[in-house]
Write a protein that binds this ligand. Structure first.
Ligand SMILES: [Zn+2]
Ligand SMILES: [Zn+2]
Length: 279
C-alpha cells in the first residue's frame, strides 16, 4: 500500500481508530468497522475505499483533500462517495469541484449532503450519527455515532413468545429503541461544543481536540478562536464518562515531547489511564 500521509492506529473495543490530526497541518480520521471517516484535511491512499465522510467545518486543514478524494474514487472506478458537510460549505464546495473539473478535465462525482445541528443520519439498521453544533470561527459540527437495537418494552417482559407475537400482529409496537453512544468526534471547538452535547461525555470513545497545552497560552484568548486548552479538560475531568479519550489536534507550536511533558505533569493519572495522546 502506498504511504502518502501519516496514519496512527488505535484499537479499542471492536473499533479501530485511524488518523492524524495537527492544528493547521491536516486532520483526518477513519473508523473502518463503521465504514465512515471524519474530515478530509488530507487523504491517505489507504482511506480511499471508505465511501462516507463527515466534514466538521470548512477550514482547509479539515477539507482541502475533498476534491482529490472524489477524483481518486472516480479514477479507481469506485462509487461516488457521500460527504456530509456544513450547509454553508456545500455550494462553495460544488463550485470548487466544478472549477477543478475545468483544470483537471476529470469529472467529480459525489453526493454533497448539507448538515445542521440536530440532524440524524442513518448509516445502517444498527448505526446512527447525530450532529451537534460546536463553537469555532466558522460554522462547525461534532458527531456522535450510536449503536441502536430494539428491546422488548418492560410491560411485556412476563409474556410468552406466542402472546408477544399476538400483540405484535395486532399492530402494537412491543419494543423500544435502545441507543449506546459508541464514538464521539468533537472536531474543532471551544468548550461549549462539549458542554452542549452530553453524549460527547458519555460515548465509549471520545476524539477530542486539545490544540493548546502550555500555561502561557491563555484560555480566554483560545476560546475566542474556538479551541480547547488542556486546562478546559482538567476543569471537566469529573464529567468524562468515556472509556477512551483521545487528545489530538495539538498546535504546531509544541513538539511531541513538550506536549507529553505538559499533559502528564498536569494530569498524572491520565484520567485513570483513559487519556491517549494522538502523537
Ligand atoms: Zn483544525
Ligand atoms: Zn478549524
Amino acid at each position: 500500500m502506498i504511504q502518502n500521509a501519516p496514519v496512527k492506529r488505535l484499537q479499542y473495543n471492536d473499533l479501530t481508530i485511524e488518523g492524524y490530526s495537527r492544528a493547521a497541518v491536516q486532520t483526518y480520521w477513519r473508523i473502518p468497522e463503521l465504514k465512515i471517516g471524519f474530515d478530509l484535511g488530507a487523504q491517505p491512499w489507504s482511506f480511499m475505499g471508505t465511501a462516507t465522510w463527515f466534514v466538521s467545518h470548512g477550514h482547509l486543514d479539515h477539507i482541502a483533500a475533498l476534491p482529490l478524494y472524489v477524483a481518486r474514487r472516480r479514477m479507481m472506478k469506485m462509487e461516488p462517495p457521500t460527504i456530509y458537510l456544513p450547509q454553508s460549505a456545500v455550494e462553495p464546495t460544488r463550485q470548487i469541484l466544478k472549477l477543478f473539473t475545468r483544470i483537471d478535465r476529470g469529472r467529480m462525482p459525489c453526493h454533497l449532503v448539507p448538515i445542521r445541528g440536530g440532524d440524524e443520519i442513518e448509516l445502517s439498521r444498527e448505526h446512527v450519527v447525530t450532529v451537534s453544533p460546536t463553537q469555532h470561527r466558522v460554522p462547525s459540527f461534532g458527531f456522535v455515532v450510536w449503536h441502536r437495537r430494539r428491546k422488548l418494552k418492560p410491560e411485556y417482559a412476563g409474556l410468552t413468545s406466542n402472546q408477544i407475537r399476538d400483540i405484535r400482529l395486532s399492530g402494537t409496537d412491543v419494543s423500544r429503541e435502545l441507543r449506546t453512544a459508541l464514538l464521539a468526534y468533537l472536531g474543532d471547538s471551544a468548550p461549549s461544543g462539549l458542554d452542549d452535547c452530553p453524549a460527547m461525555y458519555q460515548a465509549q470513545i471520545l476524539i477530542l481536540e486539545m490544540t493548546f497545552v502550555a500555561p502561557s497560552h491563555r484560555k480566554e484568548k483560545i476560546h475566542k478562536f474556538g479551541h480547547l486548552h488542556l486546562d478546559d479538560v482538567i476543569a471537566r475531568r469529573d464529567r468524562f464518562e468515556n472509556q477512551c479519550i483521545i487528545a489530538s489536534h495539538f498546535s504546531t507550536r509544541y513538539g511531541a515531547r513538550r506536549i507529553r511533558e505538559l499533559i502528564t505533569r498536569a494530569i498524572p493519572d491520565m484520567l485513570q489511564g483513559r487519556l491517549y495522546l494522538w502523537l
